[in-house]
Design a protein around this ligand. Structure first.
Ligand code: ZN
Length: 139
């Protein structure tokens, strides 16, 4: 699943969790839960590289926006959850050496990673719903 999706799930959950450290841990836990939802990931290595770069840029921009956006309530908890959601991919996908560890192999193997492009819709629906919760629904 996209890091942006995991990060937005962590942000929405973090809004309702009483402190930033617990929100961070909840973001990590929810990452593994949401990886079980069918989601798209390209099969070809070239497209995987492009998707990884776009996703990393979007996730970083999202977290920066959460830090800087003046109107956000429960900022530290929301940011803690957002970082927790992205943290698993940061460690197990983007960090050299760690991305070849047994844990990284387990992380990648346990995902269904259905190749059908239509499953990108699952990511988009989850992102839209969690953004709604994070920015519009009162805590
Ligand atoms: Zn994952």
């Amino acid at each position: 699943m996209l890091s942006l999706t995991h990060s937005s799930v962590g942000a929405a959950a973090g809004k309702y969790i009483p402190n930033p450290v617990l929100a961070f841990l909840a973001g990590i836990f929810l990452h593994f839960v949401f990886d079980k939802i069918p989601h798209f990931w390209p099969g070809k290595a070239n497209y995987q590289g492009v998707m990884l770069v776009l996703d990393t840029v979007a996730t970083t921009a999202f977290i920066a926006f959460l830090i800087l956006y003046p109107g956000i309530g429960n900022r530290y908890r929301v940011v803690g959850g957002a970082i927790g959601g992205a943290f698993v991919d940061l460690c197990l996908v983007l960090t050299p050496k760690l991305n070849r560890s047994k844990l990284a192999g387990w992380h990648s193997a346990r995902q269904t990673h259905l190749r059908s492009f239509r499953f990108i819709l699952n990511d988009l629906v989850i992102i839209a719903a969690t953004m709604l919760v994070t920015f519009w629904i009162p805590a």
